[in-house]
Structure formats: structure tokens, C-alpha cells
Design a protein around this ligand. Sequence first.
Ligand SMILES: Cc1cc2nc3c(=O)[nH]c(=O)nc-3n(C[C@H](O)[C@H](O)[C@H](O)COP(=O)(O)OP(=O)(O)OC[C@H]3O[C@@H](n4cnc5c(N)ncnc54)[C@H](O)[C@@H]3O)c2cc1C
Length: 477
Amino acid sequence: MKNETDNFVNFLRKKMTSKVVTLVGSDSVSDPRDRLVNKSKVCIKPKTTKEVSIILKEANQRGIQLVPVGGSTGLVGGQIAESDHQVSISLEKMNAIHFSEEDNLVTVQAGAVLADIKKVTSDAGRFFPLSIASEGSCQIGGNLATNAGGLNVLRYGSIRDLCLGIEAVLPNGNIVSSMKALTKNNMGFDIKSLLIGSEGTLAVITGAVLKTYPLPIDPMTAIISINEPAEALNLYNVASNKFGDTLMAFELIKCTGVDFLKKAGFKVRYPFSKRAPWIILIDFDVHVASVNLREEVEKTLCEVFDKNWVNEIVISNSLEQKREFWRMRELIPSANRRIGSLCSNDICVPIKKIPEFIKEADQTLMAISDKIEINCFGHMGDGNLHYNVFPISEESRESLEQYRPEIIKNINNLVRKFSGSISAEHGIGRLKSAELKLYEDPGKFNAMLAIKSAIDPKGILNPGVIFNKGSVKLKQV
Ligand SMILES: Cc1cc2nc3c(=O)[nH]c(=O)nc-3n(C[C@H](O)[C@H](O)[C@H](O)COP(=O)(O)OP(=O)(O)OC[C@H]3O[C@@H](n4cnc5c(N)ncnc54)[C@H](O)[C@@H]3O)c2cc1C
């Protein structure tokens, strides 16, 4: 295999005019949670879609396995090559961003970094709503490949809802271009939607046309102390019934998240006079056309307070204060990484069942071990919880590793019981491929397999991602 990879690399070095082949440094592709190690020794960095096409066609003919990599912030190992005969392909050199004032659309190459796209659009007076804590590193190709979600899904949807057109290269080297900037397009199958969320198993995404929105004018942020998730649900029901479309984010944070910030060395200003057992963070887009709903929102929050549903409410009165509130939420994933979770569960359950789910999951896990603690936080407004399990301070991750499979199995079983999803926004990658087979509807799973086998019969694109080994029947060519 080593010779075949060498021959492939030599072919590319001769064929391509630009310097496309680099040796991968040990830290250039990594797993943010330090569970997997990237074993690829070679990374190809094409500069054009045509080059991507040549690379895939040649790899397909030679049976070389390719692992697409974006900003390497993925949390389920999809970007991590599992053997040294796999070759990474990065689109970091394809990072052009073009904003069109005529139609307020932004056309991007897949290697563009999310924060740069947000900057270009905001400089043009528009808003690209995808907001995730990894936005300084992740690339739009990776965002599309994982159907990234984040903080504003409640109002604007995930990236699938923000993407109008896509360009990609299939494993046989064929270029699929669906870059028409059309809101209505029923010319047969929606290939764009199929490729979004396919985690580099069906195609290498090379470009996209994305929607932008008016910049929200001074959204109002409220941070609220509550005693338990049931109160969060009451509040969510009131806020969404009254303010529906103006709700931009509705986040739930357990106090453990704030404790972890301190433990991990992050300094944040605590907004409450007393320790909050649970925290809710809400963003309201109060300027709708010429109407300012701020007073209406304040009145509603006062009513909620009078009903004793909440302990304390703090409403931001400056941009700096707003940033402080959000900093607390946005730093939690980094604090979690510094502390090191035993397992992280990115799950979705129907919103109305969230309090019941949290109660039952806590009880179930405590019965497995009393040496764990749970840091539960997430985008409650779209049902997405990050239900993450950590060793208590006195214990190490290694000493509790034996409980990991049982914990994961119990959480997944509960998610199934509550009609939820075992992957809300991070995808399946390598880490959840075995679970997908167990927890996905068999009809849907087999349909996905049939699509994979038809588009990538030799299994050269990201083998082991979404479908675990043995699932995909490779064509003997
Ligand atoms: C601190 C932190 C916070 C995060 N918060 C969120 C969050 O709120 N919401 C959320 O959804 N995610 C979140 N994530 C996860 C991660 O940032 C997203 O999954 C992101 O979309 C991955 O983009 P990337 O460019 O880093 O892709 P990578 O990690 O490099 O790759 C991810 C997957 O996409 C594939 N891929 C990458 N580029 C391409 C391409 N051009 N064509 C085809 N396939 C490709 C890879 O093969 C892999 O399977 C967070 C991660 C971190 C570290």
C-alpha cells in the first residue's frame, strides 16, 4: 500500500502545476477531544475544483483512500485518517469569498474560514447567522459536510437552510455544480441537501452559495437564573408563543458549566447575586421593521418573575455586557476540553421532553457510578443538549474509562425512548458509526448505504465515517 500511495503522490507532483502535496505535521490535523490520532502522512492541498477532480479521479482508479479535512474542529473524528495509507485532502488554499450586493448572497470556496465569511458579510452590512464557538478555525466546507448548527438555529435554521447552491466533486472525479442561486429549484433530486451532512463520504465539497440576512440591530440579551429545567420549559413556551420569530437563541446551562470555567482558569463576570442552579440565556431580535419590542419583552419577563418561575433576571444594557453573558456560554466547550470528558453526547430530544429526559438521564447515570458529574448545556430552543459526562474532581478519566460504554449505551437508549436523535449537530464521524447502525431506522440506514455504494463503489472517500467497517459492500473492480 505504501508504494501505491507513493506512486499516487508522485503522479500528483508531476501532473499538477501548483505545489499540492505536503507532508502532514503531527498537529496539523487533530481531534479536539484527544481521543483519536491522525495517521495520515500526506496532505493534498489543491487550488482549484479542476485539481480536486483530477485528484479524486486518480485516487479512485488507484484505490487510494482519501480523508477530506477542513479546519479539523469536528468532534466525531470524521477528519482523522485512521491509517498511514490514507491521504488527507484539505481545501485550505481554496478560500475565496465573494459578497454580491445585488442579491445579498455570498459565494464561497469550501476552504474559507467561517469567521472570515461572517466578517466579509458584516462589513457589507449583512448577517451570516451560522455561529459556533469554533468559527475562527472551522471551514465552510466542513460546516456543510457536517450540517453545522450552533447558536442561531432557532431563528435561521442549520447551514442546510442557509445554503442555496453547492459545488462538489464525486469520487469518480465528476464535478457536480448546483450553484444556481435559486430559492425554488425542483429539477429532480436535491443533490445539495444530500451532500450537506454527508461528512465527506459522498463528495468533496468545493464551493457554495449562501444566504445572508439583515444585521440584527442591537438584539436584547437576557440571562436568567432558574432552579430546574422544568422552569426553562415554562419560560420557553411563554417566550416562543409571544415572540416566535424574534427569538434568536434560547440556551440552557447547568451550573456545572460555570464551575468548569473557573476550574479551567477562565475569568468571567458572574451576573447573579446568588449561585444559579441552572441558567437560561435568551437573545431577542427586538427591532422588527420599525417596531421596537424591547418594552414588551421586559414586561413579559417581569410577569414571569412575578409568578416565581425564575430567581433572577439580568437584561443587557450594553454591547459589552451582552458579550460578557455570551462569553460565559461560548467558553464552556473550551473549559470542557481542558478538563477532559469521559464522554460527550450531542443529542436532540423534543423540547417538551427535555426536563423529563435530564431527570431520567441523571438518575440512570448516577446508578452506574457516583464518581461522575454531568455538565449539561445546549441549544434548548431547538431541542439540542450537550449532555457531557466528566469524572468528579478526585477521579481521573482513565480510572472511569470502564464505565464509558455503559454510560453511552444508557444515554442512547434513553434518547431512543424519548424519540430523539443520538447526533444533533456534530454528525456521526468515526466515533458514532457503530451506534448509528444500532439506533437508526433500518430502512433509512439501508437507503443511505445504497446511496454510498452507488456514488462511491470502491469506498475511497472517508471509509469508516458514518458507516462502520463491514457495512459498505465494496464493488470488486
Ligand atoms: C469549541 C468547539 C465548539 C463547537 N461548537 C459547535 C456548534 O455549536 N455547532 C456545531 O454544529 N458544531 C460545533 N462544533 C463542531 C465543529 O466545529 C463543526 O462540526 C464544524 O462544522 C466542522 O468544520 P471543520 O472545517 O473543522 O471540519 P473538520 O473537522 O475538518 O471535518 C469535519 C467533517 O467534514 C468533512 N469535511 C471537511 N471539509 C470537507 C469538504 N470540503 N468536503 C467534504 N467533506 C469535508 C471531514 O471529512 C469530516 O468528516 C464545535 C467544535 C469545537 C471544537
